[in-house]
Ligand binder design. Structure first.
Ligand code: 5GP
Length: 118
């Protein structure tokens, strides 16, 4: 899949549209989901132009992957859900209903989340 530079997360990264930022470093940007599904619902995206987990896991450098994972862990800790628990979720492709073609993970928590696929 070719990366679409006009996708909404690319526009957030370029500062063209606002987000409620919670964390940023050289590898990742994290911000609140615009349509939260739980008291804590944060999206973490890599800075690079990766379309999905498949693209990121195969094309990103080891440094980009490590930086992204570290950032995600930090964001979850800062969100205050490490003790109560949280779910990491990444959608790839049509069956997953991925809406935004820039790789992202959801960090969801702050309430009991039930089974994986409700
Ligand atoms: P996906 O289905 O691609 O895994 O999830 C995309 C997520 O991005 C959805 O949960 C949706 O609410 C969120 N989202 C879509 N557009 C925006 C936006 O402009 N700003 C923010 N903060 N979140 C968005």
């Amino acid at each position: 899949m070719i990366y679409d530079r006009s996708n909404v997360f690319a526009r957030i990264l370029r500062g063209e549209i606002p987000c409620k930022k919670v964390y940023e470093d050289q590898y990742a940007l994290a911000f609140h989901d615009i349509n939260p599904q739980a008291p804590a619902h944060i999206l973490v995206i890599p800075k690079g132009p990766f379309t999905s987990f498949a693209d990121f896991s195969s094309q990103a450098t080891v440094e980009e992957i490590a930086g992204f994972v570290r950032a995600a862990g930090l964001v979850a800790r800062q969100a205050g859900v490490e003790d109560s628990g949280y779910r990491l979720l990444a959608n790839h492709g049509p069956d997953s209903h991925q809406e935004v073609p820039h790789f992202h993970i959801h960090i969801v928590g702050g309430r009991p989340l039930g089974k994986l696929l409700a």
